[in-house]
Design a binder for this molecule. Structure first.
Ligand code: CMX
Length: 474
């Protein structure tokens, strides 16, 4: 099991030192600032535009590497062909958000305790602020953003009716994507565009729509949960004193469960952005490049997230782990787990929650979630959490021996579902919906950046096999 002591102690120590720095007038820490998120974005726009102008002027013809046939035939792995501001994924060290690793972010980003709601994990609002502006927000700024999201969180009645009309048998992700697309009815960007808004101003209604959508995702997700599984408060009541995920947790019936609520905050904060090339983020960017509004762009992203090789893996992992538990019992030996892994591989299936298109080491998001489990007795002692942890130690050896995957280590999806399950959220066809709340805080900030940078419509060149052969044989 992984030790928790270092980041937790650091996290505890961070708040007083930040306050002392503020008292001493240190310019990098502004505890009293109450800047709005829109003001904070407006502040960085000119310098970002200048940076892009300079890149174009100085390096337009510089090469970023050659394109091989294997890239074209292999899912474009490794090709540097997208601009993405919020985060960078290193194959060995994992994700950084504007240069900050997950432990770095845990040290500096405001938590529930910092804004007066119980909880010591990063608030997704804090991560959203960091991703949009590159700056660490003050506690007051995060509190202001939480209040803004609570004020905008209620669903319009037409949307409630649309969601209520979905058959219960429709997969929750299909419902989620449809509901999000329907909000395009109220898009400020679409309305401004049809009135002829100037290109330089596109980013403002894009940001307005993005904040509005992020504010409404919890209520959409909670209404789907209530309709399909009959759990939660049924009317998605919003408490203006709570943060985004405090409200979501309450809506789905976990408002009194501090462990679950803080887990959801952590999971949603660190899962939000994973640079631009993953299917959901890339889809939002691609669809948005046609100037489709944020609702349409993010709806498309959710449909990509619903694939089993991407976001649906967290649903798959749990089904797979429970089947294993049923087959080998609660106290499975290493040998029994190995055998089960081989059985999965020999049947031609992938081991869900393992491998990654970019990462070549254990996913730091998996590590952060495992550390969370280590701090909570209710998770530490859970047989399903223990099984998932044990598999994470055994599977890399088996997958290495199997010899196919380039990364035999667990990804974030290996850990995320078992915690939800242990806390009683057992409807695992719903798990990817929670991932869908999260990915918005990474994909939508890039749409805003795409608009203030004036990024063009995305249009790569495709080739047929005949055209490829003709070119190569020349
Ligand atoms: N179990 C068994 N085989 C695996 C495997 C796994 N977990 N991961 C990869 N492989 C296989 C691939 O299927 C591929 O086999 P073929 O050559 O027969 O097609 C081979 O190993 C090489 O694949 P790779 O280059 O290592 O991996 P890719 O970049 O093609 O795919 C991913 C990456 C994540 C789709 C893949 O590792 C996978 O299917 N993992 C299981 C599903 C999963 O956990 N997805 C979630 C990823 C995180 C997320 O997006 O949320």
């Amino acid at each position: 099991m992984l030790s928790l002591s270092i980041p937790r102690v650091a996290l505890r120590a961070a708040a007083p030192s930040r306050q002392l720095a503020a008292a001493a007038g240190a310019s990098s820490v502004r505890f009293a600032s109450t800047k709005s998120l829109k003001d904070a974005v407006a502040e960085i726009v000119p310098e970002k535009q200048e940076q892009l102008k300079k890149l174009k002027a100085d390096y337009a013809d510089a090469s970023l590497g050659e394109i091989k046939v294997s890239n074209l035939l292999g899912g474009m792995r490794g090709l540097k062909v997208m601009l993405w501001e919020g985060s960078v994924l290193d194959s060995e060290t994992g994700i950084t958000f504007h240069g900050k690793s997950i432990p770095d972010s845990q040290k500096v980003l405001p938590t529930g305790n910092d804004i007066g709601v119980k909880g010591s994990e990063i608030l997704p609002e804090s991560m959203l602020w960091l991703l949009l502006t590159g700056k660490v927000p003050t506690a007051e700024e995060v509190k202001g953003l939480s209040q803004e999201l609570a004020a905008k969180g209620k669903l319009p009645s037409y949307l409630e009716k649309i969601i209520d009309s979905f058959p219960k048998t429709l997969h929750p992700m299909t419902q989620f994507a449809n509901a999000v697309a329907s909000l395009n009815h109220d898009s400020k960007f679409a309305a401004a565009y049809s009135k002829g808004i100037k290109k330089t101003e596109y980013w403002q209604p894009t940001l307005d729509d993005s904040i509005d959508l992020i504010a409404k995702l919890p209520a959409i997700a909670a209404r789907i949960y209530y309709n399909v599984f009959g759990r939660g408060d049924g009317n998605q009541a919003i408490d203006s004193g709570l943060d985004l995920i405090g409200n979501y947790s309450k809506m789905i019936g976990y408002g009194d469960n501090e462990g679950m609520t803080d887990y959801l905050r952590l999971y949603i904060a660190i899962h939000g952005d994973h640079e631009g090339g993953n299917v959901s983020a890339h889809t939002a960017h691609l669809v948005g490049s046609a100037l489709s509004d944020p609702y349409l762009s993010y709806s498309a992203a959710l449909l990509g997230l619903a694939g089993p090789l991407h976001g649906l893996a967290n649903q798959e992992v749990l089904g797979w782990a429970l089947s294993m538990q049923e087959a080998v019992g609660e106290n499975a030996s290493d040998e029994q787990i190995k055998e089960y892994l081989w059985k999965t591989l020999k049947s031609g299936r992938v081991v869900p929650g393992y491998g990654h298109a970019v990462l070549r080491q254990p996913d730091p998001r998996f590590t952060a979630l495992s550390k969370f489990c280590d701090t909570r007795p209710e998770l530490r002692d859970s047989s399903i959490v223990q099984l998932v942890q044990k598999v994470s130690q055994i599977a890399p050896g088996v997958l290495t021996e199997h010899g196919k995957t380039k990364n035999p280590f667990p990804n974030v999806d290996a850990a995320s579902g078992c915690v939800l399950y242990q806390y009683g959220l057992k409807e695992f066809t719903y798990y990817t919906v929670i991932f869908g709340i999260s990915r918005a805080i990474g994909a939508l900030p890039q749409l805003v950046a795409d608009r203030y940078l004036g990024m063009p419509i995305e249009r790569p060149k495709s080739m047929s096999m005949n055209a490829l052969e003709a070119l190569l044989k020349k």
